[in-house]
Design a protein around this ligand. Structure first.
Ligand SMILES: NC(=O)c1ccc[n+]([C@@H]2O[C@H](COP(=O)([O-])OP(=O)(O)OC[C@H]3O[C@@H](n4cnc5c(N)ncnc54)[C@H](OP(=O)(O)O)[C@@H]3O)[C@@H](O)[C@H]2O)c1
Length: 239
């Protein structure tokens, strides 16, 4: 059975991704920084008849928590097939780049960028033991510099801290994919699209189930799949 670790999977898109991958037959390690919230999520899945799932406590901003999560995973599995760096925060508003609080910018980067980097660094040795390792960095259209340059969407400026953090996450995807270019790793950024979750006070225009479908598509790539790309649903989108 293939194994997947999803960070921030106790709710929202991460939870739906956990559900869909479990239904596809993956063994899902459902990451949650809060044990109780994680157990509630596991129970919800069990109520749906899904038993191929286990809780992994992991706070991506805390290196000790990540190391503990890795140690725990090593006692349960020899290899990790898929890592989904999904945990993310939107940050406080306002965050227009000329005036937003630097502390807020740092906080958003701490989760959305450094969190994904340090989680990946810790789990890379387990991923290397897979026959077809896959990493999905859950990004956003707001991380695309091309889209920011070409679209005068007044709403985008409201989320500058978040956008910068996702641009940095995309850079991480490119660097990591290059580092593993001649291996069997598939490493991509994927945006779920504007999805109704806590992150945006449920203003998104699609359900978490729909958002998760894109993540699942690129989490289940085989050896012929793309690497070093940025995807939205079926299509590649510009960095
Ligand atoms: N919703 C959208 O429209 C949209 C669009 C593009 C991209 N995304 C991305 O999709 C991903 C999932 O977001 P969502 O919309 O599903 O939001 P969400 O419902 O707020 O879920 C975010 C998840 O991340 C977890 N998390 C936050 N900080 C963490 C940390 N330090 N360590 C571990 N987990 C942490 C949260 O845990 P707690 O429950 O403990 O807070 C929660 O499980 C994020 O990366 C987001 O940027 C979302």
């Amino acid at each position: 059975m293939k194994t997947v670790l999803i960070t921030g999977a106790n709710k929202g898109i991460g939870f739906e991704t956990a559900k869909q991958l479990a239904q596809l037959g993956y063994f899902v390690y459902l990451g949650s920084r809060d044990k109780m919230k994680g157990l509630e999520a596991i129970n919800k899945l069990k109520d749906l008849g899904i038993s191929n799932v286990a809780l992994i406590e992991i706070d991506v901003t805390n290196i000790n928590s990540i190391k503990q999560a890795k140690q725990e995973l090593e006692t349960k599995t020899d290899a990790l097939d898929v890592l989904i760096n999904n945990a993310g925060i939107g940050g406080e508003l306002p965050q227009n780049i000329s005036a937003g609080e630097i502390e807020n910018l740092r906080k958003v980067f701490e989760t959305n960028f450094f969190g994904a980097v340090q989680t990946t660094q810790q789990f890379i040795s387990l991923l290397k033991k897979s026959n077809a390792p896959v990493i999905v960095n859950v990004s956003s259209e707001l991380g695309s510099l091309t889209i920011h340059n070409n679209t005068r969407n007044p709403n985008y400026g409201m989320y500058d801290a978040y956008s910068c953090s996702k641009t940095a996450l995309n850079a991480f995807t490119v660097m990591l994919a290059n580092e593993f270019r001649n291996t069997n790793f598939k490493i991509n950024s994927v945006t779920p699209g504007y999805t109704a979750t806590d992150l945006n006070q449920f203003k998104g225009i699609q359900t978490a189930e729909q958002g998760a479908k894109s993540i699942v598509k690129y989490a289940t790539l085989n050896n012929d799949g793309a690497t070093g790309k940025f995807f939205k649903e079926e299509a590649e989108i510009p960095w």
